[in-house]
Design a protein around this ligand. Structure first.
Ligand SMILES: Cc1cc2nc3c(=O)[nH]c(=O)nc-3n(C[C@H](O)[C@H](O)[C@H](O)COP(=O)(O)O)c2cc1C
Length: 399
């Protein structure tokens, strides 16, 4: 790493908000518990930990065999005062005017905290489980129409009809309105079609953790699409990691090697079995990064992606809280303003990140606001830019 430049990069986001993912029971990739379902006590403790830890949002993920994300989002809303539930919603599961109504209901119930993350579907087989047989490019075209209908359903003061490629209805509205300001719409996905819809229409565009230079290229790409669509309000950038932290970089690497062995064992057993090339571009990208190198930039580790076939968010940041906070700031410097972090030891990690990572990142951003310059965190915790860290990373290597 070159001599540290205290100048704040022009691409840097001045602010950052933190996202978690809500776990409904204690089962994890490092310690899978066979019984599926909601453990209410655990769920309650988890969201309370997020609220106490200072997170801003939590994602309620969606899959055909998961709990329903609308119902869990409503529960998050009633169990908390501040944290914003992000509902993962696949358009094929809910007619758009009904989706608008449900989201507006959640937004009213939570006094303006609802966010929606639209998922177009990354696997034909998974989509078919709930009767969706469209190919992926058409699924994104449907998502695009869905976004328009959501927004119109929330704002149109009179009844309206619609006849599009995927949806048709007559005389809907006025719909049930959100609490106040519009509900933010996020798009997940990394295929060209995801960029086209996200760049043109999303309030938020989301990524899984990638090497810095690659993410920068992708941010430029989505922003160029947004500008070409005539937008001045560019989509906010959300980036997701699975940090593995301990008191020191060395201890974090001991933990990381132990975790990856356990995660690999979990994915070898039948319940989590996922082989072959994934159909979604996000996983394909993560696997290509993993194949090219295990370590990138300050602290990005891809072995966790390799052993899980990059199913879901899987790239890790490994190190002390300071190193991981500095690595997060590297992404903030590239323009990320929403950072999702969830661990492998889910509840414990949520508590630890709230105690040790969020304050460091926020202190640095406060320092930047106060002085107009970067603070010392990134200069002092160099991670993989220094030789010592690399030794820890390769010591005790488990293949
Ligand atoms: C931050 C983030 C969260 C996601 N959450 C979910 C989810 O809860 N359920 C799901 O099926 N896909 C989820 N996805 C996956 C993609 O949205 C989905 O596979 C995509 O629509 C198709 O992938 P592609 O455009 O990369 O090919 C998520 C993606 C990102 C980036």
């Amino acid at each position: 790493m070159n001599a540290f430049d205290p100048t704040i990069p022009p691409t840097a986001s001045p602010e950052v908000e933190f996202i978690s993912l809500t776990h409904l029971n204690p089962s994890t990739e490092i310690n899978p518990v066979p019984a599926r379902g909601i453990d209410l006590g655990y769920f309650r403790r988890y969201v309370e930990a997020l609220e106490e830890g200072g997170y801003d949002y939590t994602l309620l993920p969606y899959g055909s065999s998961s709990a329903d994300s609308f119902v869990t989002a409503a529960a998050v809303g009633t169990l908390t005062e501040r944290i914003k539930p992000i509902v993962a919603l696949r358009p094929n599961t809910t007619f758009p005017t009904v989706g608008a109504q449900k989201l507006a209901t959640l937004d009213q119930l939570t006094e303006g905290r609802a966010v929606v993350h639209l998922i177009s579907g990354g696997s034909d087989a998974e989509q078919a489980r709930q009767g969706d047989y469209l190919p992926k490019d058409r699924r994104y075209a449907r998502t695009s129409e869905y976004v328009d209908i959501l927004r119109k359903s929330w704002t149109e003061p009179a009844a309206f009809s619609h006849e599009g490629e995927f949806y048709r209805f007559d005389g809907f509205g006025p719909g049930f309105a959100p609490y106040g300001s519009p509900i933010p719409i996020s798009i997940g996905g990394q295929s060209d079609e995801a960029f086209a819809v996200g760049g043109a229409k999303a309030d938020i565009f989301s990524f899984w953790g990638e090497p810095l230079a690659d993410l920068r290229t992708e941010i430029d790409r989505v922003q160029a699409i947004a500008r070409a669509a005539g937008r001045t309000d560019l989509p906010r950038i959300w980036v997701t990691f699975r940090p593995i932290i301990a008191r020191t970089d060395e201890l974090a690497w001991v933990k990381a090697h132990e975790y990856v062995a356990r995660v690999a064992a979990t994915f070898r057993n039948a319940r989590f079995d996922r082989h072959g090339t994934p159909q979604n571009s996000g996983s394909q990208r993560a696997l290509a990064f993993a194949q090219a190198s295990e370590l990138y930039d300050r602290a990005l580790w891809t072995k966790t992606a390799a052993v899980t076939n990059a199913a879901g968010a899987s790239t890790a940041l490994v190190g002390s809280p300071e190193t991981v906070a500095a690595a997060i700031l590297d992404y903030v410097d590239q323009g990320a303003s929403l950072v999702s972090i969830r661990g492998y030891d889910t509840l414990t990690d949520a508590v630890d990140y709230g105690r040790y990572i969020l304050p460091l990142v926020r202190e640095e951003l406060a320092h930047r606001r106060a002085t107009g310059q970067r603070g010392k965190l990134q200069a002092e915790h160099v991670g993989n830019y220094g030789a010592e860290y690399r030794q820890f990373a390769t010591a005790g290597h488990v293949s």
